[in-house]
Design a protein around this ligand. Sequence first.
Ligand code: G3P
Length: 216
Amino acid sequence: MKIFLDTANIEEIKRALDWGVLDGVTTNPTLVSKESGKGKFDEIVDEILKIVPGPVSIEVFSTDFNGMVSEAERIAKKGSNAVIKIPMGFEGLKAVKYLSKEGIRTNMTLVFTTNQAILAAKVGADYVSPFVGRLDDIGEYGMGIVENIKTVYTNYRFRTEIIVASVRHPIHVYEASLIGADVVTMPFSVLEKMVMHPKTDEGIQRFLEDAKKIKF
Ligand code: G3P
């Protein structure tokens, strides 16, 4: 299972890279806007593309086919690891189809149903991003969608990779891994929580105290 960070924060990305666990990054306009005090859109995106060896998803701002395609073509030139995030919809499907023929990698985002994921795969999206947390927020079982998408993609040998997105806590991560999702993209706080356990801290403390009793 690949681990992506869902962030545009350079420090968080550098820390996860340092731990050796980071396979890629996903961003969206909300995440980039949080970092806008630190530079312009292009500066932030260029820096992320430079420091991350794996795929980096960058979302378009346009909602029409022509706008999405021209933004995608501009962003794709920034680095061979750039993946263009395109929102699900009629124009989005057209754009993904066009870009996949051009050899530009895409991530179809804002996916909330299995049927939307089928269409994303049909038009050749490299990745599909079901938003589990936002479904949980409205009382639906988000991870159920991931399970269904995995079954359908296996049934028909679709090559689109599933990125579990809108992750809220570490339980989402291991549930996604049991289903066999290709990627989980998570906030930095969730990645930290995957590492930490009070019993680990307690164990280290006890060993340190007992080590003081040993004669070296
Ligand atoms: O990047 C897309 C997705 O992960 C956003 O998550 O927390 O805004 O629902 P969230």
